[in-house]
Design a binder for this molecule. Structure first.
Ligand SMILES: [Zn+2]
Ligand SMILES: [Zn+2]
Length: 115
């Protein structure tokens, strides 16, 4: 994840119950809305964040909000299945993998040369 994504993620993690619309996020984080839509897609692939339709915590408009979902298990980047907190996992550049999935990927990338 790049630094802007990490700022957005950190901002949302601090207030898990509070959804923010993209306009308010843009104002709070001094980031373009278009950039935030790109970041939202990135964050949703990790599984901890989701986009919902609800009332914005800040401006009270009903809109599309980006929220942190503290109850979601992050999804494995490779197999797309959730990863319970107890599962062995590997985190690389902000992306989470089951340890077993990562091993398989590392082995297939390392062993047999370019494909
Ligand atoms: Zn708002
Ligand atoms: Zn996996």
């Amino acid at each position: 994840m790049d630094s802007i994504s990490e700022r957005v993620a950190a901002f949302l993690r601090k207030a898990p119950a509070r959804g923010h619309c993209f306009r308010c996020l843009a104002a709070s984080l001094d980031t373009a809305e278009t950039e935030l839509h790109r970041i939202a897609e990135l964050l949703m692939t990790v599984g901890e964040f989701r986009v919902i339709n609800a009332q914005c915590y800040r401006c009270r408009r009903a809109d599309t909000l980006l929220t942190f979902n503290p109850f979601a298990h992050p999804l494995c980047t490779l197999c797309r299945r959730p990863m319970p907190p107890t599962a062995p996992k590997t985190i690389l550049r902000g992306l989470a993998y089951h340890a077993a999935c990562w091993d398989r990927k590392a082995r297939s990338a390392g062993g047999s040369g370019p494909t």
